[in-house]
Structure formats: structure tokens, C-alpha cells
Write a protein that binds this ligand. Structure first.
Ligand code: GLU
Length: 510
């Protein structure tokens, strides 16, 4: 097989949805697994839909996701430019060649004339009228008008588009790697505009010309482009490039959590999760959309989660590094059916990746949060905190939210648990326990636990009566990691201090 060259070809019309990131990812995995190259091409021929900042957003998102391109607007390459607006001059000659060869034609119809045609057809009982073999004969185009008239109109500067001349009743077939044979009859296809009156090609022409000139071997893209694929196959044929037609793989949709329809930004807003890799600020409205990066996700966890939305490795294995994904990925194991997005599973992935980090790595990240809160603590203490909290956290920020007490003594106590657990005898038990604790010389978790248990035994009281008040005194909370571990890390002096404070400030018992 010739060299594998794939492309991810987003349009800068807004932020990149996670479905787009998955398309980029599958392209990347496929290319890398075949020793091939991946290209990032910016498809910005639709000037009306251009959004300020979207291109930079796309580049930043992919970079954060760890998807590296071999050729792009940033990296350059032998097949550039990699932005369609900069390739503008390239497309018209191909459109004109198609006209010359009888596969396309000039059309001068105004939008009023187009609407009138649609109205006429509707009245005649055609539910979705199209510009096609039937209607084109009645319209203002180079197939219906005389040659003189056409030249006159063009010479006088009348705006025109170029449309593909869809043949009658031909089967167009393509063998999609994921879907198998797809066959469409040209009677169901319309005479799409391939070149616009503003001097720009439409998506279809630009996409095919670029895929051909960039020597793309495989087109891997979302299912929503499947209906366009037969037109692309015809364009390859009509341009004389049939032998270079790439292989196609149309990826399944990412579905809403309930499986009904495509996952949209609105679902994220409604259910409270991001559908974009990084935060996006709408330049027109200033509205901010959540991103996985800003929500505290580890990019490799995010990518691992996405990799399994549509692809399945054929084993029970769920945790894959990028290298492992490259080794295991095949397009044959991408399913046809849409993949349901599962937000809990997304969090689960983050948790797994967080747990896999060393305490030093976690500490470095937690230090950043501590700094924001103007808390100073030495690295080894922070690392020990991370070690204790790691199993309970999904995000690094949880360690601060749920473990502030490691750094700052509690200033309030969980009222519900006090009502339940701070009984009449509690102050007495707590003060006695305190003096015992004072006597521990080697303040290890194990020694504290031993002293604690011995005290319970001697006084014939259960764990449930003294452990919660002890925990509340040190942390202010009802739950957390092993209390003996916490106490040992806080040190004897701080432990005693907190017990005293609690004894002085908690009054309530029944
Ligand atoms: N520009 C198209 C998009 O925005 C690319 C589709 C394709 O990959 O052919 O998704």
C-alpha cells in the first residue's frame, strides 16, 4: 500500500465539539498505527460562517488533547498551504475543467428564481424540490441557455455559480471501511453548487481537490458526511482521479446519554458537563462554554474516554495510554452504531488517571491550588496529603475542597454529626483521650490507633461513640481518610491543639 496520509479538516465556524476531537483522534491513531502522516487542514471556504478565534481554538484544543500533526498551518509541510482560503486560486481551474468536460455547468439563477422553482415544484406535488436533471432545463444555466447568451452574461459580470451535472439513474458505489458497501442512485442526488459566486469553491470541490493534491489515502470523518461521499466519488471520477479515490471510513455519532440523538452543546448545558475540550468564549455574545481542561480533566483521561466512544478493543481493557491506543486501534473495530456519551464514566477515567500519578506529581499540582489560596506548605507534607486523599478524589481540586483541614484548622464543625455524635460524655472521653495522645512519643498512625483502641476497650465504649467526635475535632467533617493517618500527618502538637479547640467550642450534647 502507498503511504497512509490522513487529514482532519475542521471548519473554523466555532469551538470544536468532542465529536470533532474524536474524529481527529481516530485519524491520528490510524495514521500512527500505519506509520503514516496526519494533516490538519483548515476548511474556511464558507466566509459567512467564519468565527473569530475558532482556528486558534481548534489548534489549542488538539494540542491539549495530545494529538500531534505532521503537517498543518502551524507545522508547515510539502503540500501547503493548509488553509483553504490561502489555496483559493487552485480551485477555479478544476471547476472550469469540469464544465469543459461536460460534468458541470454555469448557473445564473437568482435566489428569487430558485425559490420560484421550488414553489412551482411543490405545487406540482414534489415534496422536496431539487435543482436536478428535471428542473435544470427550466432554469437560467449554461445547459438551458444558448452559448451566446451564456458568454454575454459572463462577460457582463453577472454573478454565477458552477453546478455539478448529476447524471440520470446511475448507481454510485463506495466501500466504506466501517459501513461496507454504500450505494446511492444519482436520481436521489441534486446538482450541487461546487463553485460559488463569491469566487470560493464549496466544501465539496475544495475538499476533493485538496484531498487529491495532498495525497490523502483515507478519509476518516463523521457520519454526517456520508451523504456527501457519493458526490465526492463522482468528482474524483470526473476530474480523472478515479485511481486516487481515497478509502472512506464514516464514524458513528456520539449520542446523548439517553441514546436519543446526537450529543449537543445543549445537552451539556442541561446536564452539567462540558462538550468542548477547552473553554470557549463566544466572541459575539461573550458567553462561556465549559471545557474539559478548565474543569480539571487530565487530557490523557479525556482522550482515553473518547477513544472508546465508537471503537472497542475487543477485550475488557479500558485504560489505554496514547501509545497503547496506537498499538491496538483498527478501523475495523469501530462500530456502525452511535456511541452513548457517559459522563460518570468520563469522571471515572479521570479518577483512574489521577490515582496513577505519583504523590510528587500530585503534590506539584496541588501546590498550584494552595498558592491560589495563599497556603504555604512544604512539598513533602503536600505529597503525604495527596497520598492520603488520592483514593477519594476525582480531580486534583477535590483534594483542596475536601482536604483543606490538612492545611487550615477547622473553623466550623459539621452540625448534623455533632447533634448525633457529640453526647453528654463526649467532652470527658475527648479530654482523657487527649492526655493519652499527649503521651505518645513516636506519633505514627499505628501508635495513635493503638492508644485509641486501648482507651475504648478500657472504658468499654464503641468505636462509633468516639471516632466521629475525634474526626470532627481534627477535620470539622464527618468523613475522610483514616483519622489516625491524618493525626499522624498533622503531628502531635496540632492534633492536641485541634482537640482542645473543639472541646472549647462544641457545646452541644443531649
Ligand atoms: N470541513 C468539514 C467539517 O467541518 C470536513 C469534513 C470532512 O472531513 O470531509 O467537518
Amino acid at each position: 500500500m502507498s503511504e497512509v496520509r490522513v487529514r482532519f479538516a475542521p471548519s473554523p465556524t466555532g469551538p470544536l465539539h468532542i465529536g470533532g476531537v474524536r474524529t481527529a483522534l481516530y485519524n491520528y491513531l490510524f495514521a500512527k498505527s500505519k506509520g503514516g502522516r496526519i494533516i490538519l487542514r483548515i476548511e474556511d471556504t464558507d466566509q459567512a460562517r467564519f468565527v473569530e478565534g475558532a482556528e486558534e481554538y481548534i489548534i489549542d484544543s488538539l494540542k491539549w488533547s495530545g494529538i500531534e500533526f505532521d503537517e498543518s498551518v502551524v507545522h508547515g509541510g510539502d503540500y501547503g498551504p493548509y488553509k483553504q482560503s490561502e489555496r483559493k486560486a487552485m480551485y477555479l481551474p478544476y471547476a472550469e475543467q469540469l464544465v469543459k468536460d461536460g460534468f458541470a455547468y454555469y448557473a445564473f439563477d437568482t435566489s428569487e428564481e430558485l425559490s420560484a422553482m421550488r414553489e412551482r415544484m411543490k405545487t406540482a406535488g414534489v415534496p422536496s424540490p431539487q435543482y436536478n436533471a428535471f428542473t435544470r432545463t427550466t432554469m437560467q444555466n449554461s445547459l438551458a441557455l444558448s452559448e451566446d447568451e451564456v458568454s454575454k452574461r459572463i462577460d457582463s459580470g453577472e454573478p454565477y455559480v458552477i453546478r455539478i451535472k448529476m447524471p440520470r439513474n446511475e448507481e454510485v458505489k463506495l466501500n466504506d471501511i466501517i459501513r461496507g458497501w454504500v450505494s446511492v442512485n444519482t436520481n436521489n442526488m441534486d446538482d450541487k453548487v461546487i463553485f460559488k459566486s463569491d469566487g470560493m469553491p464549496t466544501y465539496h470541490l475544495a475538499n476533493v481537490v485538496d484531498d487529491y493534491s495532498m495525497k490523502i489515502s483515507h478519509v476518516i470523518r463523521g457520519e454526517e458526511w456520508l451523504p456527501s461521499a457519493p458526490l465526492h466519488v463522482l468528482l474524483y471520477r470526473y476530474l480523472g482521479w478515479e485511481d486516487s479515490t481515497p478509502e472512506f471510513a464514516h464514524l458513528p455519532l456520539i449520542l446523548k446519554p439517553d441514546g436519543h440523538g446526537k450529543l449537543s452543546k445543549r445537552d451539556g448545558d442541561r446536564l452539567g458537563f462540558p462538550v468542548f475540550p477547552i473553554e470557549w468564549k463566544n466572541p459575539q455574545t461573550g458567553e462561556i462554554s465549559l471545557g474539559y481542561r478548565e474543569s480539571g480533566y487530565i487530557s490523557s483521561a479525556f482522550i482515553n474516554m473518547l477513544s472508546l466512544l465508537g471503537w472497542n478493543p475487543g477485550t475488557e481493557k479500558e485504560i489505554f495510554s496514547m501509545d497503547e491506543l496506537i498499538q491496538s486501534f483498527t478501523l475495523e473495530r469501530v462500530g456502525k452504531a452511535g456511541a452513548k456519551f457517559d459522563f460518570d464514566k468520563t469522571k471515572w477515567f479521570n479518577q483512574q488517571y489521577l490515582r496513577a500519578k505519583t504523590k510528587e506529581e500530585l503534590a506539584a499540582e496541588l501546590q498550584l491550588i494552595l498558592k491560589e489560596h495563599r497556603v504555604e506548605a512544604n512539598d513533602s507534607f503536600v505529597a503525604a496529603v495527596c497520598e492520603q486523599l488520592k483514593e477519594r478524589a476525582t480531580f486534583i481540586k477535590d483534594m483542596w475542597d475536601e482536604g483543606k483541614y490538612y492545611f487550615i484548622a477547622p473553623t466550623s464543625y459539621d452540625a448534623k454529626i455533632i447533634r448525633k455524635k457529640w453526647k453528654y460524655d463526649t467532652p470527658k472521653y475527648m479530654s482523657e483521650l487527649m492526655s493519652r495522645i499527649e503521651g505518645i512519643s513516636d506519633f505514627t498512625s499505628q501508635n495513635i490507633e493503638e492508644v485509641f483502641r486501648l482507651y475504648l476497650k478500657e472504658n468499654e465504649i464503641g468505636m462509633g461513640s468516639l471516632l466521629p467526635p475525634f474526626r470532627i475535632s481534627l477535620t470539622g467533617l464527618a468523613v475522610g481518610p483514616s483519622l489516625f493517618d491524618i493525626a499522624s500527618l498533622l503531628g502531635k502538637e496540632e492534633t492536641i491543639k485541634r482537640m482542645k479547640t473543639a472541646l472549647n467550642s462544641i457545646q452541644q450534647w443531649d
